[in-house]
Design a protein around this ligand. Structure first.
Ligand SMILES: [Mn+2]
Length: 304
């Protein structure tokens, strides 16, 4: 009897890789296609043997697994979509009734993927990422463009075989980890040097930075663990000659009651928007200083 091989269609992050590990354990998987959101938006069509994971529903695919609220569809489909910390968790729940014992050996990988994909980090995960958190940083989001599709396939194999240490011991990932951690140390130094602070507000003004400094200062969570007691991070990023972006984010480690206002709604007065805890707006360069002043005044908590 010949088995018809299935193809996984997914994006490229730890959630996608872990979903592949689980699916490979329970389905006859041949190929993996790493797809760009843009390609899906342009109407890319799947086939009956395709399993789409961690991406919006793909027309024509045989199975679909996802956990993003924004991707909910009302028409019937095979597979599963539900609220979950990761798409891999959705895959697990779908197959566990029939394949529980086979999938349970990936319990740690799955729990760590939940943590990474829902950004449920501890401070040490930010300051000194190790094991699965470290691995999550070594996956390119653009593997086709970066020529790292083979690395992704290798990582799927390594994480199928053993724990994080097994993958990190492979020369390909040992090298990537070393480079990432060296860069992280440079990021810490650059952020400590360039950050401005007013009470509980951090301001990262990237207008006068070199491109290399900007990259180093772009780290999403480091500022919150490097600056004790900071609740809010305001970033000023030049976009084009006549447009500057100002983003505002609430510290993932701060207690909610330290948030003075709904950030997305507050930013509407500047033509921006966003979520309760994060948002952004853009403006011509001359308007930046006054806007940042208003943002700081609205979110500042003066400590006695
Ligand atoms: Mn995901």
């Amino acid at each position: 009897m010949s088995k018809i091989l299935k193809r996984i269609v997914t994006n490229s992050d730890l959630d996608a890789i872990t979903s592949c590990v689980l699916l490979r354990a329970v389905e006859p998987i041949g190929d993996v296609k790493f797809i760009d959101l843009d390609e899906i938006r342009k109407g890319w069509k799947g086939e009956e043997t395709d399993i789409a994971v961690n991406i919006p529903y793909v027309e024509g695919c045989g199975l679909w697994f996802d956990h993003h609220d924004s991707n909910v569809i009302t028409r019937p489909f095979a597979g599963r979509h539900e609220s979950a910390p990761s798409a891999a968790r959705v895959v697990y729940r779908f197959y566990a009734p029939a394949y529980g014992p086979i999938l349970d050996r990936y319990d740690e990988l799955l729990r760590e993927t939940d943590k990474v994909d829902s950004a449920a980090f501890a401070r040490d995960d930010i300051l000194d990422p190790r094991r699965y958190v470290l691995i999550s940083h070594l996956i390119s989001s653009q593997p086709v463009m970066d020529g790292t599709v083979e690395d992704n396939l290798l990582l799927i194999r390594l994480l199928s075989e053993g724990p994080a240490e097994h993958a990190l011991a492979h020369p390909t990932f040992a090298r990537k980890a070393e480079a990432f951690l060296a860069n992280l140390e440079m990021s810490k130094a650059a952020i400590l040097q360039r950050m401005m602070r007013e009470g509980n507000i951090l301001i990262m003004d990237q207008r006068d930075l070199t491109e290399q400094e900007r990259d180093l200062c772009n780290n999403k969570f480091l500022p919150y663990v490097l600056f004790d007691g900071a609740d809010v991070l305001v970033r000023v990023k030049p976009l084009e000659a006549n447009r500057t972006i100002v983003t505002v984010g609430f510290n993932i480690f701060s207690p909610d009651q330290r948030l003075r206002t709904h950030i997305g709604n507050f930013l509407k007065q500047f033509g921006g928007g966003g979520h309760p805890k994060a948002g952004g707006c853009s403006m011509p360069p001359p308007a930046v200083d006054e806007t940042v002043r208003k943002i700081v005044d609205a979110l500042l908590i003066r400590t006695p």
